[in-house]
Design a binder for this molecule. Structure first.
Ligand code: XUL
Ligand code: CO
Length: 437
């Protein structure tokens, strides 16, 4: 059965095309810096936003439905697999990501839930081998259900910790069974509202304990994928423990987990933490911990996680600039953790949205590659820091001079004049590269 009858495969038609159901910039086989666009841009469909989100918000319920979704929950889950793979094939998206609860309905018991998961995973596996589409990552929803009201691994209730571990174990098993290239931890309820009722020290120790057990279980079952933590500063809790990249890396180092985990950076989570997307990618890159990306964007006028599809070329250029300097994302990719707006009620909107996101990243990739090829910012930065190549600079860096020596130097030589940082000139050059790529 065909689920999206009105839509044919989306193809590249070039920037002059007026066809809204065509790529303008994403040309999968075009070679950029020695690799094809589809190798650089491992796009992934997020099962939850594209197939199990129906437009609900704090003020109203569903605004849309999928025509294949009106039978019993297991049948709906089966139909969803076929619809999702048809969607990805038509979109030329080669990866998907999922939470356990996205693919199969919860049962009355954990056992029944696990049975449902096995049943649907088997269908997903056969669709994967039919199409060649792969699993970028799996994850666990340990935040939606009422049992997580006080947290999952950070709950005051140890039986909830046990249940969380059981759920993660099963989701890791399924991710491995599907050949997943990564496994993600986003702690939706791992945070707190008030210190009046919270033992933060104990909660953080427990969070680390769970992550340690997960890393051990990964080794035990021989899962080859990368374990990733996804930082987010707030929402749903006021203080999420995994606030931003720097916080997560400090936490991992405190508990000796820095070799076992990398980070999954989400654009909208970066801006919620009052950082740019580029800043978060950069912090991970310089620490060798950039794992994967949740591709979306926030809204500068709204203070929450809007998960809009990325359409800002400026941001994707700077993100791709970091990703290229990182030598790519390794096992990671670009997962559209993005949803269409509540009023975008047609199934066709899912295609327009992904086309917009893919084209925006393709354009960003092209501009970033040109910036790197021409060494624009690299040359400027090298020159800006050239005083560190002087005798004094080298002595400081090598630890060959102390406070007394530095005082003597300052007394004898004073300070050389500073030069302009040239920010506006560089921003203008950046615009020129984005426009001309
Ligand atoms: C929530 C979020 C999640 C994670 C996976 O803000 O980004 O969808 O990516 O649980
Ligand atoms: Co995300």
């Amino acid at each position: 059965m065909e689920y999206f009858k009105d839509i044919k495969k989306i193809n590249y038609e070039g920037s002059k095309s007026n066809n809204p159901l065509a790529f303008k910039f994403y040309n999968p086989d075009e070679v950029i810096l020695g690799k094809t666009m589809k190798e650089h841009l491992k796009f992934s469909m997020a099962y939850w936003h594209t197939f199990t989100y129906f437009g609900g918000d704090q003020f109203g319920g569903a605004s849309k439905s999928h025509h294949w979704d009106n039978q019993d929950p297991i049948k709906n889950a089966e139909n969803r697999v076929y619809a999702a793979f048809e969607f990805m094939e038509k979109m030329q998206i080669n990866y998907f990501c999922f939470h356990d609860v996205d693919i199969a309905p919860r049962g009355e018991t954990l056992e029944e839930t696990n049975k449902n998961l096995d049943r649907i995973a088997a269908i997903i596996k056969s669709e994967m081998s039919r199409t060649g589409i792969k699993c970028l990552w799996g994850t666990t929803n340990a935040f939606g259900d009422a049992k997580f009201v006080h947290g999952a691994s950070t709950s005051c209730n140890s039986t909830v910790f046990a249940y969380t571990a059981a759920q993660i174990k099963k989701a890791m098993d399924i991710t491995m069974e599907l050949g997943g290239e990564n496994y993600v931890f986003w702690g939706g309820r791992e945070g707190y509202e008030t210190l009046l009722n919270t033992d933060t020290e104990m909660e953080l120790d427990h969070l680390a304990m769970l992550l340690k057990m997960a890393a051990e279980y990964k080794k035990k079952i021989g899962f080859k994928g990368t374990l990733l933590i996804e930082p987010k500063p707030k929402e749903p809790t006021k203080h999420q423990y995994d606030f931003d990249a720097a916080t997560v890396m400090g936490f991992l180092r405190k508990y000796g987990l820095e070799k076992d985990y990398k980070l999954n950076i989400e654009a909208n989570h970066a801006t919620l933490a009052q950082h740019t997307f580029m800043h978060e990618l950069n912090m991970c890159r310089i620490n060798g911990m950039l794992g994967s990306v949740d591709a979306n964007m926030g809204d500068p006028l709204l203070g929450w996680d809007t998960d809009r599809f990325p359409t800002n070329v400026y941001d994707t250029t700077l993100a791709m600039y970091e990703i290229l300097q990182n030598g790519g994302l390794g096992t990671g990719g670009l997962n559209f953790d993005s949803k269409v707006r509540r009023a975008s009620i047609d199934e066709k909107d899912l295609f327009y949205a992904h086309i917009a996101g893919m084209d925006t990243f393709a354009w960003g990739l092209k501009a970033a590659a040109k910036l790197i090829e021409d060494g624009v910012f690299k040359d400027f930065i090298e020159n800006k820091y050239r005083s560190w190549k002087s005798e004094l600079g080298l002595k400081i860096e090598k630890g060959e001079i102390d406070f007394e020596g530095l005082e003597k130097y300052a007394l004898e030589n004073g300070v050389t004049p500073n030069e302009s940082g040239r920010q506006e000139m560089l921003e203008s050059i950046l615009n020129q590269y984005i426009y001309n790529c």
